[in-house]
Design a protein around this ligand. Structure first.
Ligand code: UDX
Length: 444
C-alpha cells in the first residue's frame, strides 16, 4: 500500500491525514511541534473541529494513522507527501513561504525513492516551481520527484464534511502520470476531479477565495443602501440568490469576513498582482469594505451613546464564525480594540474561544462563558458571531437582565417580528431598526 505522509498538522493537514486514513490508507502525519504531536499520539485533537476528534480516535484504533516528529524517517519511506504547512501573512501582505521551503529541503535530503510531492498549502502562483527547484537542488539526481498542486477548499467548522462532500478536487500537474497518480488517491472520495496546469491550480484557490470574499463585501455594501432606503437585505439576498447565475450562498450580510483564509488570501493576491505591475481595484475595494464593516457596530454604538467612556458592552461571540475557536482576523478582535480605546468596559462571551481571546487581551476585558451572565447589567449587547447559543437565546433574558435592553446585531440572528413584541431596542445589518427612537434611528 502507498505510504502517505502529511507534513503539517494544522487544520488542513490534520483533516487531510484523517480523511485519507478514514478511507483506508496508511497515513503518517509529521510536525516539528512536539507538544502537538504528543497530544495527537494520545488521540487528543489539538484544534476544535466538529467530528475530527472522533474520526482521529477511530483511525488510531484501526492503526491507519500515526504521528511523529521524526521527519527524516517519515520522508524516507514516503510514496507521496502532502505539504500542508502554514503560509502566514507577512507584514507586507505577501505569503510567508519559509516553512514550505524548509519542508521541501527536508524532503529532498531524505527521499530514498521516487515520489510525488503534493502542495495543499495556499501558495502564490509559481511556488510549485520554487519547490521543484529546491527538490532538484538537494535530492539525489537519480530520483524522480514530481510536484503537484492540490489546493484545499475546506471551511473551518465543517472541514471533514467539505473534504468528503466538496464540489470538486483540483489537481494541477505538468505531467499526466503525476495527475493520474494523485487522482487515483482520491478515487474513493467519488467527487468530480478537475485536472489542470500547476499554475492554474494555484490560481484557482486564490481566485475562488477572492470571489467568495467579493460576494460578502458586495452584499454588505448593498446592506448599507438597504438601511438608507428602507429595504431588507435578507429579502434582497434571497431574491437575488434565486437566480442560479448568482446563487444563494455567501450572500449573508453581516460584519464582514474574518478567519485564516479570506483576509490573508485577498491581500496576498493584491500584493502579488502589484509585483506583476497590476492593480486589482475590485479586490482592493472588497478589502476596504470589509475593514469598514468589521467596525460597523462600533460606529453605531458611538453614534448611539455619544461617548463610550465607562459604557458596559457585552461582545457576544469572539470566533470569526461559529463552530470554531479560531479568532484570527475575527471582527470581535477589531471591535474590542476600538471599544477599549474609547474607554468602554468589555465583557466577552463565547462558548469555546475565550482562552484564545484571553491570550490576546489578558485582564483588559472580562470573560463569561454564560451568555445570560455576560449580558447582565450591560448598557449594550453586540452580536458578533452567530453561535447557536446566541441565535436560540431567549429575548426575555435581554429585557430583564440588561441595564437597558439594547442589541446591535452584526449577524441578523433575530426575527424582526419577534423583537417587535419585546421592548428591546434592536439594530441589525441592512434591516429596519426595531423599537427605536426615530430621531436616533435617522442619525444612525
Ligand atoms: C474559507 C473558504 O470558504 C474555504 O473554501 C477556504 O478553503 C478557506 O476559506 P473559512 O474561512 O473556514 O473558509 O470560512 P467561511 O465559512 O468561508 O467563512 C469565512 C468568513 O466569511 C467568516 O467570517 C464568515 O462569517 C463570513 N461570511 C461567510 C459572511 O460574512 N457571509 C457569508 O455569507 C458567508
Amino acid at each position: 500500500m502507498k505510504q502517505i505522509i502529511v507534513a503539517g498538522t494544522g487544520y488542513v493537514g490534520l483533516a487531510t491525514g484523517v480523511s485519507f486514513a478514514t478511507i483506508g490508507f496508511k497515513v503518517t502525519c509529521v510536525d516539528i511541534d512536539e507538544s502537538k504531536i504528543n497530544l495527537l499520539q494520545k488521540g487528543i485533537c489539538p484544534i476544535y473541529e466538529p467530528g475530527l476528534q472522533e474520526a482521529l480516535l477511530e483511525s488510531i484504533m484501526q492503526e491507519r494513522i500515526e504521528f511523529t516528529t521524526n521527519i527524516n524517517q517519515a520522508y524516507r519511506k514516503a510514496d507521496v507527501i502532502f505539504i500542508a504547512v502554514g503560509t502566514p501573512e507577512l507584514p507586507d501582505g505577501t505569503a510567508n513561504l519559509t516553512y514550505l521551503k524548509e519542508v521541501a529541503k527536508d524532503i529532498a535530503i531524505n527521499a530514498s525513492k521516487d515520489l510525488v510531492v503534493v502542495i495543499k498549502s495556499t501558495v502564490p502562483v509559481g511556488t510549485n516551481e520554487v519547490v521543484k527547484q529546491i527538490l532538484k537542488e538537494f535530492a539525489h539526481p537519480q530520483l524522480k520527484i514530481d510536484v503537484v498542486s492540490n489546493p484545499e477548499f475546506l471551511r473551518e467548522g465543517s472541514a471533514l464534511h467539505d473534504i468528503f462532500h466538496g464540489d470538486r478536487i483540483v489537481i494541477g500537474a505538468d505531467h499526466p502520470q503525476s495527475a493520474s497518480y494523485v487522482s487515483e488517491l482520491y478515487k474513493s472520495f467519488n467527487l468530480p476531479i478537475f485536472v489542470t496546469s500547476v499554475r492554474s491550480a494555484e490560481m484557482i484557490k486564490y481566485a475562488s477565495n477572492a470571489f467568495l470574499a467579493t460576494k460578502i463585501s458586495f452584499i454588505n455594501e448593498i446592506s448599507s443602501i438597504c438601511e438608507a432606503v428602507g429595504a431588507d437585505v435578507e429579502q434582497v439576498a434571497h431574491g437575488m440568490g434565486l437566480d442560479r447565475r448568482i446563487g444563494s450562498q455567501f450572500l449573508n450580510a453581516g460584519i464582514g469576513f474574518g478567519g485564516s483564509c479570506f483576509p490573508k488570501d485577498t491581500s496576498a493576491l493584491v500584493k502579488s498582482s502589484a509585483l506583476e505591475g497590476l492593480e486589482l481595484k475590485l479586490l482592493k475595494s472588497v478589502i476596504d469594505i470589509n475593514d469598514y464593516q468589521q467596525l460597523k457596530l462600533y460606529e453605531l454604538a458611538k453614534l448611539y451613546f455619544g461617548s463610550l467612556k465607562d459604557k458596559q458592552i457585552a461582545i457576544l461571540g469572539a470566533s470569526f464564525k461559529p463552530n470554531t475557536n479560531d479568532i484570527r482576523h475575527a471582527p470581535s478582535i477589531a471591535l474590542i480594540k476600538e471599544f477599549l480605546k474609547a474607554g468602554a468596559i468589555i465583557t466577552v462571551y463565547d462558548p469555546i474561544a475565550l482562552p484564545e481571546v484571553n491570550r490576546e487581551f489578558g485582564d483588559s476585558v472580562k470573560y463569561s462563558n454564560d451568555l445570560y451572565e455576560a449580558i447582565s447589567n450591560q448598557d449594550a449587547a453586540l452580536i458578533v458571531t452567530e453561535w447557536n447559543e446566541i441565535v436560540q437565546a431567549e429575548l426575555s433574558q435581554f429585557e430583564t437582565r440588561m441595564k437597558q435592553p439594547l442589541i446591535f446585531d452584526g449577524r441578523n440572528c433575530f426575527n424582526l417580528e419577534e423583537v417587535q413584541n419585546t421592548n428591546i431596542q434592536y439594530y441589525s445589518i441592512g434591516r429596519k431598526p426595531v423599537n427605536v427612537n426615530l430621531q436616533i434611528a435617522q442619525k444612525l
